[in-house]
Write a protein that binds this ligand. Sequence first.
Ligand code: DIG
Ligand code: MN
Ligand code: MN
Length: 386
Amino acid sequence: MDPYTPTPADRFTFGLWTVGNPGRDPFGEPTRAPRDPTHLVAKLAELGAYGVNLHDHDLVPDGTSAAERDRIVATFKRALADHGLVVPMATTNLFTDPVFKDGAFTSADARVRHYAIAKTMRSMDLGVELGAKTYVFWGGREGAEVDAGGKLIDALSWYRDALDYLCDYAVSQGFELRFALEPKPNEPRGHAFLPTVGSALGFIATLQQPGMVGVNPEFAHETMAGLSFTHAIAAAIDAGKLFHVDLNDQVMGRFDQDLRFGAENLKTAFFTVMLLERHYDGPRHFDAHALRTEDEDGVWAFAAGCMRTYKILAAKAARFDADPEIQAALAAYRADDPELAWPPRFASEHAEALKARSFDLPSLRSRGPGLERLDQLTVELLLGER
Ligand code: DIG
Ligand code: MN
Ligand code: MN
């Protein structure tokens, strides 16, 4: 069997909006026909995916009657059961409806803010009904083009009020839900609130129930901001806040391209996979879509490519760990000195001794870390030469 054939054990997931993306962009109409969610479930299962995610209105269009909503959900549940897919994550569309044109949770109109919270609660109900354990908040319209509105600090306070209220709602309903904030620096708003993983981590610390809230970093979003996605993932892991992850690819400094995983930055994708394989056991969600040029065959080639590239890079990460030359270079890179082991707790005597200690600065200055060779070995591994 092909070692890179995905299976549900790999926990690969896709949003209905990803493989269902019709190919519309700001300058062109859709190039693909819309596909029914049950068809997308069947095709994803065929490819070896584990699960499917959704915004509320990907499945139940806004304004649907309660009876029709229940029929749609029952049909979708049957498709999930028939094809063995789960719904690990759900989220709310707070960005398409023009009512959110100047923000949802951060709108300057309290009526819009409260409508967004009501819509999110109904969407949480749906997500939990489908089995979601993670709820993502991407603030697509939470931002500004005009700072004269004077709400830059109020917006964060309103954002906090909404999240604190929704955490209370989840607890009151007995939902086993963790929230994951998804940062993005801009687009569709000129400047987005909570633009990066770092800013989201800081914001979480100000919430009333910070333990319920983590981050959902997206490869394209940190890259758009000119940041390293690998470093963003490491910061989230370090903070114990990597609750979900959106994998795709992106050319730095471009609009949000949501490219197939591995399509542009193979080395960053490699180290991302290495970190996820070592420190994260959640779904590997591909928040990406096929190029607008593609037909439906191209959509499924895109989806299969995301999963296959992840598995190939995971195999490369295992080879990295087993490669004697790479491991020797890694061992040589780190220098330790048993005399410098940290004492169990701070002691003034230790501080005085450290201040008085002499260091061989000329030798420390001239020591070479061997990073060029280590990086070359990594490149050769990725090129299939090791
Ligand atoms: C875009 O990157 C956002 C929306 O697609 C969705 O709200 C979230 C979940 O992955 N990502
Ligand atoms: Mn994106
Ligand atoms: Mn995303």
